[in-house]
Design a protein around this ligand. Structure first.
Ligand SMILES: Cc1cc2nc3c(=O)[nH]c(=O)nc-3n(C[C@H](O)[C@H](O)[C@H](O)COP(=O)(O)O)c2cc1C
Length: 178
């Protein structure tokens, strides 16, 4: 049997992003998989651009990656207690692509933030946005890594057993759903 196809989506573009580290940890916890990392460096959604030029190729690539994936893992910080602009922009573009790429797609959502709530408020917004996209969000305890600067070691590994336990549970649930 071939490996499950996993798509990792970071709501932060930053190279040293804690959310990228959390996604790497999720990949480890998931086990064997063919992994793709989404690139959310997309033009800002603009109805005029869409009308003049159609859906940009970078968005089509993202939509195809979502369609091809057996499972999706999204990790995003909150910005000012809400969803990051890049993630919302990606959702908006993807919603304009034929065939509802997220529909029925098993999807895990999590967050890492510098603040003491670990991005919980923003994560609820991500979950809300996935409702019209009809993703199949994997239910279970939320994973909100707080004070993220203290939770990853020099190799970018998550060190806190409490968070690791929740992460492993989420990845097991995702694997079971695929
Ligand atoms: C525009 C902006 C808004 C932010 N708002 C929040 C916030 O609402 N809550 C919080 O805990 N941290 C906030 N932060 C700090 C982030 O938690 C921190 O930059 C974190 O490292 C971002 O995630 P990343 O490492 O994946 O890029 C904000 C940072 C930026 C740049």
């Amino acid at each position: 049997m071939s490996n499950p196809k996993l798509l990792l989506i970071s709501g932060s573009l930053r190279r040293g992003s804690f959310n990228r580290m959390l996604l790497a940890e999720a990949e480890q916890a998931f086990g064997e998989a063919d992994v793709t990392r989404a690139d959310l460096k997309l033009p800002l959604y603009d109805g005029d651009l869409e009308e003049a030029e159609g859906v940009p190729s970078t968005v089509q690539t993202l939509a195809q990656q979502i369609k091809n994936a057996d499972g999706v893992v999204i990790s995003s910080p909150e910005y000012n207690k809400g969803i990051t602009g890049v993630l919302k922009n990606a959702f908006d573009w993807v919603s304009r692509v034929e065939g509802m790429p997220f529909k029925g797609k098993p999807t895990v959502v999590m967050s890492a933030n510098a603040g003491r709530t670990g991005g919980e408020t923003g994560q609820f917004m991500v979950l809300s946005c996935l409702v019209p996209l009809q993703a199949q969000v994997i239910a279970g305890p939320m994973l909100c890594v707080a004070s993220a600067g203290n939770e990853f070691d020099g190799d970018g590994r998550l060190t806190n057993d409490r968070y690791l336990k929740v992460l492993r549970g989420k990845m097991e649930a995702l694997r079971a759903e695929i």
